[in-house]
Design a protein around this ligand. Structure first.
Ligand code: DX5
Ligand code: ZN
Length: 218
């Protein structure tokens, strides 16, 4: 079966004053805009919030894939959906009480958005297995969240392979997304292993020709 890999350029490496023109340039060549939200609690960096997401929403034709690197996001997911997010992904590690993770994934789905669960490089798939049933998408972090430009962690390959196997074994339909340090060579391997969406920050941002960079990642 042919696997059409989708590419989601991320907002993290882009200075805020360039962000709106950057997303405009991607209209013809990207599949999603991956919006990296940080508020200095889950990671030490601060980035964009729902007000910036609203501005991005008005500038792009592409669906917004919002990655919330925020602790205890249950109370804020709805405002990101109202701002225009089509995918809302929350971190497994961001919930002290995992019952709130389930509530959060259900709340995202109830608001007709795609519910994603993200896992850090040091979180095992077996640990998140009980929660995957509530998610439409699993985001495998191939770097520690908080900074673009880090090298891809090879241990990600095993996780993607395992998720694909779980999906096949249980007849599940969740999408597999991978985020961090992705180059065309890495992307080729991820595609073979069963990834559906790859996020790319610095590779696309640093490329002169964005359309060609996206094509190379596919
Ligand atoms: C990391 C972010 C990523 C980041 C990826 O905290 O979640 O989305 O922008 O950037 P690269 O591709 O440069 O690793
Ligand atoms: Zn991200």
């Amino acid at each position: 079966m042919v696997n059409f890999l989708k590419v989601a350029p991320s907002t993290d490496p882009v200075p805020q004053e360039e962000l709106l023109s950057y997303v405009r340039r991607l209209n013809d060549c990207a599949d999603f805009i991956h919006c990296d939200v940080m508020n200095k609690n889950f990671v030490c960096k601060d980035s964009i919030d729902e007000n910036v997401i609203k501005k991005i929403y008005l500038k792009t034709l592409l669906p917004l894939d919002v990655h919330l690197m925020v602790n205890e996001p249950l109370k804020i997911v709805e405002k990101y959906i109202k701002a225009g997010a089509q995918i809302v992904t929350v971190h497994y590690e961001a919930f002290k009480n995992k019952k709130n993770l389930i509530k959060c994934l259900k709340l995202i789905s109830k608001n007709n958005a795609i519910a994603g669960i993200a896992i850090n490089p040091d979180t095992e798939i077996t640990e998140v297995m009980p929660y995957i049933a509530y998610a439409d998408l699993v985001l495998v972090m191939s770097v520690f969240p908080g900074l673009s430009g880090q090298p891809f962690k090879e241990s990600t390959y095993y996780k993607v392979k395992k998720l694909k196997q779980i999906r096949d074994d249980y007849g599940a339909h969740f999408k597999i997304e991978v985020d961090g340090g992705i180059t065309p060579e890495v992307s080729k391997n991820l595609k073979v292993l069963g990834a559906d969406i790859i996020v790319s920050g610095s590779y696309i941002y640093n490329a002169e020709n964005k359309a060609k960079a996206i094509e190379d990642l596919k």
